[in-house]
Write a protein that binds this ligand. Sequence first.
Ligand code: FAD
Length: 501
Amino acid sequence: ATGDRVPALVIGSGYGGAVTALRLTQAGIPVTMVEMGQNWNAPGSDGKVFCNMIKPDGRSFWFRSKTDMPTDYFSGGSIDKAIPSDAGVLASEHFANMRVYQGRGVGGGSLVNGGMAVTPQQSYFQEILPSVDAGQMYSTYFPRANQMLGVNSVDQSWWSSAACYQFARVGKKTAEASGYKTEFIPNVYDFNYMKQEQANTAPRSALAQEVIFGNNYGKKSLDKTYLAAAAATGKLSISTLHTVTKVAPAATGGGYTVQMTQNDVNGNVVAQKTVTADRVFFAAGSVGTSKLLVSMKAQGALPNLPSAVGAGWGNNGNVMVARANQGWDPTGTLQSAIPTLGINNWADPNGPVFAEIAPFPSGIETWVSLYLAITKNPNRGTFTFDQSSGASVLNWQSGWTQPSIDAAKRVFDTINKKQGTIYRTDLFGVYKTWGDDFCYHPLGGCVLGQATDNYGRLPGYPGLYVIDGSLIPGSTGVNPFVTITALAERNIENIIANDLH
Ligand code: FAD
């Protein structure tokens, strides 16, 4: 409530925030978590907490009157549908030339993501974050993150005949027959539960076209792992539908005043609140944290933040593409929404590519193979504060995704040539091959060792920390949440040991 003074306030409940909440509460420090999205635990009128991808409703998108699907066209027409504009679970935030998809709710991105839990190659981690002791990361913090997140692997003998992974078997066969290596990717979706879905002995979730608007069953999202453990300490309180708008040094008594707006699910303002916190942890995600810090610096609330705040943003080299398989290679009418495989061509000196073999769960046979390619794109965007609109904006130029397209094109041109197949040009627009104007993996904007010290402390402002994906300089070569979690584990351990004892 307004006027409260709290020891630790965490902005955002995604990976960085959840790790922070657990480790602080375990150290005996009460945590006040502020999350702009909903607590997704109450069923709607259909008895389900989340809607699926085929019948999106007000629970799908964060305040949009029309869906904004990543693959938003099919066979010459837009497939986006009118929906009620509510506090839905998936945000597609539009900047010039770049739409950024993010989770909204208790658990952040873990509510909407594909659950792929990938530890990056140590050599690449060392390349992107040379100031971090990689030996310690790989012996201590990556294993800790994987264990806490509940990562598991698919039973490959089950997988090799499960109807719901026909699409992945086609993706594997066509890649390997074209000279590329594929590998199984661990996940936080419970594969034993999925076996029951396939056998029709449990309610379907991954097999019922559920993922980007949430999974009703099966997925170990953060509310079931880190945040549940933090809540069990009795020291965690979470304010949902509260958006932090300002952080500034408190006038008296030290610490920081934090201003926030409380909304209802329809977007109406319920209250404005101000609390004071001894310590504030920015865990609003790469976009959320960068936007807040850039505007606090420009508007004079935190004027002495380093100039590196807002810089070093990247899309993890994301680009999407789809192929049309041969008529004898159907990808299946039943597709698990949870991916299991990646094409690993990262070692290619001409252009590293790690491509997720993604599902396209439409319920009908489409012969489509869809891929989310992660590439090594050197371009970096910058967040700046636009005085005229009063908003933080991302500067990303339209040509900047081209290096990602070039790298992915080498791989998929080769597969198409060897298989005698073609690209699907009808999924990202009309005659548009590349899904190059959006990303799932925003990273950077407050880079470790540049905008912060080597553990996320904001220089000049004791008690302010950054602890989410904004610390990672634009790329991690694989799907990012394991890296974000492991880095947060490392940083919070150092912060507790040195600043809180
Ligand atoms: P987030 O998880 O984004 O959490 C930030 C939280 O802060 C959000 O809950 C947000 O609502 C809240 N917030 C923001 N601003 C404010 C504010 N001002 N006040 C209060 N609260 C605020 N990664 C993988 O590793 N594997 C995958 O398979 C994968 N699939 C993905 C699929 C999709 C569709 C998407 C969108 C992402 C996917 N990702 C995947 C990416 C992954 O989810 C993100 O990298 C990760 O969630 C980022 O963690 P974070 O802690 O930085 O921030």
